[in-house]
Design a protein around this ligand. Structure first.
Ligand code: DON
Length: 331
């Protein structure tokens, strides 16, 4: 593996960074220890555990892509960032922060226990299942398709194409998701839901089943890193305040009960999904040496073998390596 931080400078070409990243991806792609692909959604078991892909898109458009970049995968929990953003745009930030808190749980993403034990007035945060299902219930629309439409519109604006739902994954989760139904019933009993439970869950399963690539995640990450503005067109796609809250939530809650470690060792807002995707938004940083992507970048990673928290093992290792080589941390 290429070692050392070298002396990065602006003369260094895209090809040169590409060589480094290719090397790191080749090194980490089978470093999955005893990680396994998710099996509680049966359709996700078809993924190749050793796949690893990454795309990094910088503010000036510089793009580094390596490994399994063409393998589409379902967005899963990364969609929780998008549904929260859309709900804030529809209902206003004040309304949403009344309905879901912004505190990390320290529990698994699909925990029910903490809701009952702590007798909370609202779910802990929109990035755990209980919070995300509540957000799906708040999205405007009478049907799940109506609720999904603004999410697709936002994605189309960011990506330049309209992604699709992977129907097999959607049906696979819909037909097996006993725990999410349990969470849904608990939320119904406590009065947190604002729509019919079945429509809410249908929306939630659909948003999780949107198919993306690492390029898509990098592009979304770049827009978030840039406070909601597309750096190419200068269009404001997400209001600045909403983008900033989304990033704060990603940093504190995005990797679930591994968020503290991720903040310590990688140090950027990120969100994982159980199909193995990770999105990261790297804000611009000030350093007194030249480093790659100083103006900020978006990163998409895919590595379907997961650790016991539900995060991509090789994906986190690769991000940790890149963050230390390029000094990406916001701290
Ligand atoms: O609700 C679920 O269990 C999945 N659709 C999404 C969970 C997920 O992605 C957790 N992430 N690591």
């Amino acid at each position: 593996m290429v070692q050392g931080t070298a002396n990065w400078n602006t003369e260094q070409t895209e090809e040169w960074l590409q060589e480094y990243v290719d090397d790191w991806v080749a090194f980490y792609h089978n470093k999955i220890g005893d990680g396994e692909v998710a099996s509680y959604i049966p359709e996700l078991q078809k993924a190749d555990p050793n796949d690893l892909g990454i795309t990094i898109i910088g503010k000036g458009g510089m793009t580094i892509s390596s490994g399994a970049t063409d393998s589409p995968f379902t967005i899963q929990s990364i969609s929780k960032v998008l549904s929260f953003i859309v709900a804030c745009m529809e209902r206003g930030v004040g309304y949403m922060l009344d309905k879901v808190d912004v505190e990390p749980t320290g529990e698994a993403f699909n925990s029910i226990m903490h809701l009952e034990m702590r007798q909370v007035k609202k779910p802990f945060n929109p990035l755990v299942n209980a919070g995300a299902i509540t957000v799906s219930s708040i999205l405007e629309g009478r049907t799940s398709d109506e609720k999904m439409e603004p999410i697709f519109e936002l994605l189309t604006e960011m990506l330049g194409y309209r992604p699709a739902i992977n129907v097999d994954v959607y049906e696979s989760e819909r037909d097996t998701s006993i725990r999410n139904r349990a969470i849904g019933y608990y939320l119904l009993e406590t009065g947190f839901l604002e729509s019919d439970l079945n429509i809410t869950l249908e929306t939630y399963f659909k948003q999780c089943s949107i198919e993306v690539t690492v390029n898509d995640l990098a592009q979304i990450g770049l827009i978030l890193a840039n406070d909601g503005i597309d750096p190419e067109t200068r269009d404001e796609i997400i209001p600045r305040q909403v983008a900033r809250i989304a990033k704060a939530l990603m940093l504190t809650c995005g990797m679930y009960d591994a968020s503290g470690k991720f903040a310590t060792y990688v140090g950027v807002p990120a969100k994982s999904g159980v199909s193995g995707g990770i999105i990261a938004a790297v804000p611009p940083r000030v350093r007194d040496e030249e480093l790659p992507f100083l103006e900020g970048c978006g990163i998409g990673v895919y590595g379907p073998a997961l650790d016991d928290k539900g995060n991509s093992i090789a994906g986190i290792r690769l991000l940790r390596h890149i963050a230390s080589q390029w000094d990406l941390s916001i701290f």
